[in-house]
Design a binder for this molecule. Structure first.
Ligand code: 5RP
Ligand code: FE2
Length: 221
């Protein structure tokens, strides 16, 4: 499976609805929404009202990446607002299993995100419960950063764990995905590719998304 998930962090917020419709028309699979609280990461973005507004303009699944402390307090609001896939950070959850079960009990798909410095062992005891694992390939907080190469080793390790256990968990990568980096990322076994600046900073969303998809397809042959 290969899903392109444009991150609206790099969209033009003065016309957010049009931006979401444009990437949907250009071939996006999910809409990635980066929620930052100014504590877990040194930046502030948006909350459930932007998820609710996004839901009104697209039929695509909304993939909500929670870069926040105490996510359990807000997960019900995000599901109510229309989040379909929700990831929490392993580093932000004292009771990771509880956060995952909360997301699933509300009917959304559950993922755990790992910062670049967080080892794969952080998900060892919850992997069987997850719909997806989000491997951060930049330090979270901002768009437009450079891809951290050793993230691919982490992807390969997680891919092996998933295979060894006979699971169908998806792997998502987030940060520094662009026309140059996407092929190696696909070769490592990623399923869902978040890209913000590479898509919203390009002249043609259609051309960029088609190029990314072609690279991913060629890598899997
Ligand atoms: O979670 C994020 C940052 O914390 C974003 O999803 C990510 O950085 C996307 O931006 P880009 O593709 O420009 O690197
Ligand atoms: Fe993200």
């Amino acid at each position: 499976m290969s899903i392109i998930a444009p991150s609206i962090l790099s969209a033009d917020f003065s016309k957010l609805g049009d931006e979401i419709k444009a990437v949907e028309a250009a071939g996006a699979g999910w809409i990635h929404i980066d929620v930052m609280d100014g504590h877990f990461v040194p930046n502030l973005t948006y909350g459930p009202i932007i998820v609710e507004a996004s839901k009104k303009v697209t039929d695509l699944p909304l993939d909500v990446h929670l870069m926040i402390e105490k996510p359990d307090l807000l997960i019900p609001d995000f599901v109510k607002a229309g989040a379909d896939w929700i990831s929490v950070h392993a580093e932000a959850c004292t009771h990771l299993n509880r956060s995952i079960q909360l997301i699933k009990s509300l009917g959304a798909k559950a993922g755990v995100a790992l910062n670049p410095a967080t080892p794969v062992s952080a998900i060892e005891w919850v992997l069987d419960e997850l719909d997806f694992v989000l491997v951060m390939s930049v330090n979270p907080g901002f768009g437009g950063q450079s891809f951290i190469e050793n993230s691919l080793d982490k992807v390969r390790k997680i891919k092996k764990m998933i295979k060894d256990r006979g699971l169908s968990t998806l792997i998502q990568i987030d940060g520094g995905v662009n026309k140059k980096t996407v092929r190696a990322i696909a070769e490592a076994g990623v399923d869902s590719f978040v890209a913000g600046s590479a898509i919203f900073g390009s002249e043609s969303y259609e051309e960029t998304i088609s190029f990314l998809k072609k690279e991913i397809e060629e890598a899997s042959n």
